[in-house]
Design a protein around this ligand. Sequence first.
Ligand SMILES: Nc1ncnc2c1ncn2[C@@H]1O[C@H](COP(=O)(O)OP(=O)(O)O)[C@@H](O)[C@H]1O
Ligand SMILES: O=c1ccn([C@@H]2O[C@H](COP(=O)(O)OP(=O)(O)O)[C@@H](O)[C@H]2O)c(=O)[nH]1
Ligand SMILES: [Mg+2]
Length: 271
Amino acid sequence: MAWAVRSLRRLQSAASSSQAVRLLESRSWIRNPRKVDVCAGQNFVLKVSKGGSDDGTLTLTSKSPPRVVFILGGPGSGKGTQCQKIVDKFGFVHLSAGDLLRAEIQSGSQYGDMIKNMIKDGKIVPSEVTVRLLLKAMEDSKGEKFLIDGFPRNDENRAVFERMTGIIPEFILFFDCPEDEMERRVLGRNQGRVDDNKETMQKRLKVFIDFSVPVVKYYESMGKVHKVTATGSIDDIHTTIEPLFEQFSEAHSTGESQYATGKFDTSPTNN
Ligand SMILES: Nc1ncnc2c1ncn2[C@@H]1O[C@H](COP(=O)(O)OP(=O)(O)O)[C@@H](O)[C@H]1O
Ligand SMILES: O=c1ccn([C@@H]2O[C@H](COP(=O)(O)OP(=O)(O)O)[C@@H](O)[C@H]2O)c(=O)[nH]1
Ligand SMILES: [Mg+2]
């Protein structure tokens, strides 16, 4: 029983809900859910439903669940530009996965060279690297609502984010832009980026079609995608998407929202 109390204390001291999710997944904290009805951590409440079978369903609700909107679209479709206008008006935390990766290169990280070479080739960086950067940025920001820009870029990104955070996006904003317009914008961006050139752009567009568009289709099958025609003026596009964020703010003005319900396998572990 001592280890159950010890483990419970570990869970209760978890600094964030995402840590609790990781503890749950590792199952290193509990062998018998019957002993734990409700466990309140610093940022979350864990409720164990008294399911008849052994694999009781655990519901992890967070007192202030991180609410996420994914902003997707091809390179140069206008994701960053529109995110900035949404932040100015609705106070989200804007996390550009690409910017976080470029900052990681600058930081002298052990992954720096790998990330730089992959960006140069328009390739998608391993999911765990990007998700850890996103998680850290979310926790450091102390924010509650996030625009995650340019992520997930493939199905593995999507699955790893969900597994590591337990977060389901509120909706996806997809900027639909013709390839020639995206190329024109990227080549005119003048940000000194290693990947803003004709050759890399062709590779990025292929990666977008082959890997990122299927992620949009996945979320479309869940009815979570708002597709926006991303040609026309920056202000007109912003006006088109504003109502989505007005509704978002109203819908979540009060109360907790359940953000992770998982069938965490709580059958007694062997170890
Ligand atoms: N509606 C638009 N019309 C023309 N240029 C745009 C529009 N939206 C963004 N841009 C420009 O195109 C380039 C790419 O925009 P950006 O927001 O960086 O796209 P993404 O983040 O999707 O790559 C930037 O130089 C930006 O100023
Ligand atoms: O989740 C991500 C986001 C970006 N990238 C890499 O970073 C590059 C630049 O991404 P960013 O979103 O900044 O490009 P944009 O679409 O804004 O031009 C991409 O082409 C990828 O090589 C990645 O691997 N994973
Ligand atoms: Mg961008």
